[in-house]
Design a protein around this ligand. Structure first.
Ligand code: TYD
Length: 208
């Protein structure tokens, strides 16, 4: 049986990395057969594409090139890692996936959702998530938590106005796509982690 595919989304500083670490501990304790991976990256070639995309020196990169590079990294990652793991029945947990492209490049950059769906249709094909967990925390609070943006990261340099567009983009996507489940992150990291685990149990993805 094909494994479940779960993706995590959220703004910079939303606590994704912390939540993914806590989730890994719980999955290990539960003896789950899973892999955890990330975008952009997750395979050697995709990680090299990641370096180009995020390099703070690449200020001349146009929005279309950025969107296509994310899609290129994605297809390599799918073929090399995600698809084989799903086919062997493993649960795949991915830090960011197509909804990042829709929110960042489609909505915040303004390329449009249709453009992103179209270029990603070649990359993603039928490799769609069964569940997308959106860590819901407004960017001004998220930036506070992470004590400001990383100067060397091209995406983080974009400022609060851009990241507010990303956040509103996620909310708009969640309103129309039932695969996206927002999780309120205003509590402690352990409260948020508990909510995520409960959601995975409810969806039948892990055993409670
Ligand atoms: P990363 O350092 O992994 O950020 P985070 O820890 O917040 O996930 O960098 C990934 C950056 O790439 C992040 O700013 C979001 C952005 N991104 C897109 O703009 N589009 C995409 O399709 C993906 C996968 C990521």
């Amino acid at each position: 049986m094909r494994g479940y595919f779960v993706t995590f989304e959220g703004c910079e500083g939303s606590g994704k990395s912390t939540q993914l670490k806590l989730l890994a501990q719980k999955l290990d304790e539960a003896g789950a057969d899973y892999i955890m991976t990330r975008e952009p990256g997750g395979s050697p070639i995709a990680e090299r594409i990641r370096e180009i995309i995020l390099d703070g020196k690449n200020t001349a990169m146009c929005d279309e090139c950025e969107a296509l590079l994310y899609a290129a990294a994605r297809v390599q990652h799918i073929k090399e890692k995600i698809q084989p793991a799903l086919e062997s029945g493993k649960l795949v947990i991915c830090d960011r996936y197509i909804h990042s492209s829709l929110a960042y490049q489609g909505i915040a950059r303004g390329l449009g959702e249709e453009y992103i769906q179209s270029i990603n249709s070649y990359a993603v094909k039928n490799c769609r998530p069964d569940l997308t967990i959106f860590l819901d925390i407004p960017p001004e609070r998220a930036f506070d938590r992470k004590h400001g943006a990383d100067e060397d990261d091209r995406m983080e340099q974009l400022g609060l106005a851009f990241h507010t567009k990303v956040y509103n983009g996620y909310l708009a996507l969640a309103a129309k796509d039932p695969v996206i489940c927002p999780v309120d992150c205003s509590g402690t990291k352990f409260e948020t982690s508990g909510k995520i685990w409960k959601l995975l149990v409810e969806k039948g993805i892990v055993r409670g």
